[in-house]
Design a protein around this ligand. Sequence first.
Ligand SMILES: [Fe+2]
Length: 278
Amino acid sequence: MPTRRVFLYGLPTAALSVYGYTYHIEPRWLEDTQTEIVTGRKLPRPLRILHLSDLHAAAIVPISFLEEAFRRGLAMRPDIVCLTGDFVTTDNDFDPVRYEAALRMLSSACPTFAVAGNHDGGVWAAQSGWFPTSTYIRQMVARGGVRVLHNEATEVEVHGQRFSLVGVGDWWSDELRAPLAFGAVRDPSIPAIVLNHNPDGKADCYRYAWDLMLCGHTHGGQVMVPFYGPPVVPILDKRYAAGLNAFERRWIYTTRGVGNILGFRANCRPEISLLIVR
Ligand SMILES: [Fe+2]
């Protein structure tokens, strides 16, 4: 009887296939994306930004996988690299020395900048007994040769053109200090790019002058249901779950991230984002 046979053999096989794909194939199946962005205050020559986020180094996201993502990202010939937080998942599931060495792969090839995310420490992480502030992770990332912008701004020159990079602390971590970060911008007439882990943090940043904000945090939802979208996205303003979206005549790019939590992804591959800003 086919119905019974389907029930006995078909369903368990299908379930095993879905499990195998979502836990063992898709989380390691990196997707290179390329997005062109025209900002309000224009850069005369295109700026190539490698935007990586949510690396989530842990037993389920080994450093060797992150190194593969770094290699592939650098092969896209970026001018600068921006890392938007969640370097780790918990406070005890990664090797800091190995991690620093991996980050040096990026920083020795390209000027590399970063901000911290909610998993890197602060009020949210402390609720799980992890780092009470992002200090430890920021120091580790800095030892990897990365310039960490924690409520700070810096001026960068690429192809003879200047722009500001503004980095803010994480919103859930209660480390976002927008007045401090934007107060450090030296020349408000040049384009400004903001690194901000959680797109909801724009609520604290919207009143300042900036052109493009780079975010992560959402993982794109990690699961994308066809014709519906991601069932769970940990942000209030769901419009900024993934990709390039407009915000008050500016742009926000939310990358789906490289790592994951809980080990699965479905129809929402890990992303290596190259942004070409004009
Ligand atoms: Fe994350």
